[in-house]
Design a protein around this ligand. Sequence first.
Ligand SMILES: *[C@@H]1O[C@H](CO)[C@@H](O)[C@H](O)[C@H]1NC(C)=O
Ligand SMILES: *[C@@H]1O[C@H](CO)[C@@H](O)[C@H](O)[C@H]1NC(C)=O
Length: 112
Amino acid sequence: MRSFFSILFIFNFLYALNLSPTLAADLEAGGKIFNANCTACHIGGNNLIMPSKTLKIEDLDQYKMSSVEAITTQVMNGKNAMPAFQGRLSADDINNVANYVLNQSQSGWDDE
Ligand SMILES: *[C@@H]1O[C@H](CO)[C@@H](O)[C@H](O)[C@H]1NC(C)=O
Ligand SMILES: *[C@@H]1O[C@H](CO)[C@@H](O)[C@H](O)[C@H]1NC(C)=O
């Protein structure tokens, strides 16, 4: 019970700081997942299979993918040539990598 209230406290604290809980995602862990599991097709935020559908913010916006929720859904379920990662990656890993992808898309994938 005590730790449950501690977690509530932390979330309230993040809200008080005006940070959404998605910022609690571990972007560094997400980056490792991305490098291990996604770069075969998405190196540098590109798309080697469908070159017009990159992970860059213009394309994510155009295809209504520029939210952690939309990216999470696609990573979980896959789409076209992209495999489903639900069951292959943990929910935590998927959340972290989705946050990483959105963050990189907004920062311009410039450190690749
Ligand atoms: C993700 O990457 C790790 C580390 O290379 C690997 O062990 C694992 O099999 C990969 N998982 C998937 C679903 O590609
Ligand atoms: C991406 O994450 C880094 C590290 O947390 C943060 O400093 C940066 O502001 C984020 N970029 C965007 C566009 O949210």
